[in-house]
Ligand binder design. Structure first.
Ligand SMILES: [Zn+2]
Length: 242
């Protein structure tokens, strides 16, 4: 199975090769062990446990989330954009690309549908409950437990990365965007969608549109286009050619 993967996951600690057994994987550089949990390789590095992580790991939340995700786009845009239209933008952003693709913070797998239709697709999330929901809907995607701030992939692995409103939930969105830029190939595309606001609230990162632009630029991205609808921003950015 490993040999068939177009992208081989690496250790999130050292970005070194993983020595895998059916039950776990070990970093070939520092020896750190990563267990498998319910069929998913757990490549999460420890973090300060935040309430949001705990909430996202509740099975009930994972069950309700797809419903919220389907309706949140319309609610945040004041009816200006539906979830279906959001997915159409994602598909358009990656049309003509054959992958591999990565969905960061895949949640219950909302973005996996359009991606698996285009090419080989990976999804990462820090919540086991969410990954189980994503696997039910999209068993064809390769799913890993991992944090957006420490992506377990070699540099320049993907032609397209999708990053939905998980970006709002991260402790360190800047770090996550740097990681995204690292794993993208030059001229690779990033599709993003997130809620806007005026700073941190309830542990969420709710940036202004200007803050989004500057944060993406600092991570090395060039925003190709974006569309703002009330409190929701989606767009496509590119990692510049070498
Ligand atoms: Zn290591």
């Amino acid at each position: 199975m490993e040999g068939l993967l177009v992208v081989k996951p690496v250790s999130p600690c050292c970005l070194a090769r993983l020595e895998t057994t059916p039950r776990s994987a070990t970093c070939s550089h520092c020896g750190r062990a990563f267990p498998k949990k319910e069929g998913f390789l757990d490549l999460r590095l420890p973090t300060r446990r935040r309430l949001l992580h705990l909430v996202n790991n509740l099975p009930l939340v994972a069950r309700i989330y797809p419903f919220w995700r389907r309706h949140s786009t319309r609610l945040l845009t004041g009816g200006g954009l539906t979830h279906r239209a959001e997915l159409a933008h994602l598909e358009a952003a990656f049309s003509g690309l054959s992958g591999p693709f990565l969905d960061v913070g895949t949640g219950s797998g909302a973005y996996l549908g359009p991606l698996v239709g285009l090419g080989p697709t990976f999804g990462v999330d820090a919540s086991l409950a969410f990954l189980k929901a994503a696997r039910r809907h999209h068993p064809e995607a390769t799913l890993l437990l991992a944090r957006a701030e420490a992506l377990p992939f070699p540099k320049e692995s993907f032609l397209g990365v999708a990053f939905g409103p998980t970006l709002n939930e991260l402790e360190d969105p800047r770090r996550a965007l740097l990681e995204t830029a690292r794993v993208l190939k030059p001229e690779g595309r990033l599709f993003f969608a997130l809620a806007l606001g005026r700073g941190r609230r309830f542990g969420l990162w709710l940036p202004t549109e200007e803050e989004v632009v500057s944060t993406f630029q600092e991570a090395g991205f060039l925003i190709l286009w974006s569309r703002k609808q009330k409190r929701f921003l989606l767009g496509v950015a590119e990692k510049p050619p070498k």
